[in-house]
Design a protein. Structure first.
Length: 318
């Protein structure tokens, strides 16, 4: 059952500039989101991908009711998000990597106490859920620290807990791991996966980090220049757009390098490691020759990186 329905959702922005040649103001129009149709079911974890300026954040802001569309319709959890009904707002959470929702001069714990009153959360439920999230994200050592004195990783953990403190059915995440170190990013990914699976919280994620997407998202929606260009699984994306595979061979001797030069395909050599990019239907033949000429332990066969595939989609749609 879809909890999000978007039909021809469109957002255009007008910009005024002064034309000094004709000495008058002129308006230009930019289409940030262009007639997107989309349905998302309860419990899905969906990744929204696209280059800077593609329209990802604008689309999420329309679904969450922050901004109004120029045209089209959206229904989220049975509500029109643009009406900002209190019952609707109590069922969604929003985290934006570049924005703060916690009070800067208060501790995270004080902010959570305020949110408890705003969302009218039962004291017992509030304490149980908060303690659980604090333990999972290892936040006890900084939960009483003022937000302004926290590291970026600590603050992002606190921001995500703030967005989940009222047990929303739908969570919007806009670049939640931006600028984080590897350990903090991994902790947040693990936590989000547990929330999605155990609480059946539907999550929509925008991120430039493919590690986030590959670890969390079962479905990808790719937007480029305001238009939806792909909607499906990560495996189908690779199958549809990855026309090549990569064979890597460790070449410790000069003789190995000479043998490598006679293999077919697009080859490159870097510090004793040879790389061959080959079409999928030719992998079997080239791999056979490689295993006949080199130690099998020195050979790896892999798919093209997901980031490269998506980059090609952006380029092909420009």
């Amino acid at each position: 059952m879809p909890i999000i329905k978007a039909h021809k959702l469109t957002k255009k922005f007008e910009r005024s500039s002064f034309d000094w040649k004709n000495f008058r103001f002129q308006k230009t129009e930019n289409t940030a989101v262009n007639a997107i149709d989309l349905e998302i079911n309860e419990g899905e974890f969906v990744g929204f991908l696209g280059p800077n300026g593609a329209g990802k954040t604008t689309f999420l802001k329309m679904l969450s009711g922050i901004i109004y569309p120029t045209s089209g319709k959206a229904e989220v959890l049975g509500y029109d998000p643009f009406e900002k009904d209190y019952k609707f707002l109590k069922q969604i959470g929003l985290v934006m990597g570049q924005k703060n929702q916690l009070w800067w001069d208060l501790s995270a714990k004080d902010s959570y106490d305020l949110l408890k009153e705003i969302y009218e959360i039962d004291e017992t439920i509030f304490k149980k859920d908060l303690d659980l999230m604090i333990d999972i994200l290892d936040m006890r050592k900084f939960i009483n620290t003022r937000v302004r004195n926290m590291s970026l990783g600590e603050r992002m953990k606190c921001e995500i807990v703030a967005a989940l403190i009222h047990q929303p059915k739908l969570l919007f995440l806009d670049e939640p791991t931006i600028g984080l170190d590897i350990v903090s990013a991994q902790a947040i990914r693990k936590f989000l996966k547990e929330i999605n699976q155990e609480k059946k919280c539907t999550i929509i994620l925008t991120s430039h980090y493919m590690a986030d997407v590959e670890a969390l998202c079962e479905r990808l929606v790719i937007i480029n220049r305001g238009t939806k260009v792909y909607d499906g699984s990560l495996s189908n994306l690779r199958q549809k757009y990855a026309s090549e595979r990569i064979i890597e061979i460790f070449l410790p001797t000069l003789e190995d390098k000479e043998k490598f030069a006679h293999l077919p395909g697009k080859k490159s050599l870097n510090e004793g490691r040879g790389t061959i990019r080959i079409k999928k239907n030719e992998v079997g033949e080239v791999a056979k020759r490689a295993f006949e000429n080199f130690d099998p332990e020195n050979i790896t066969i892999s798919d093209v990186e997901t980031e490269e595939i998506i980059s090609k989609i952006f380029t092909s749609k420009n």
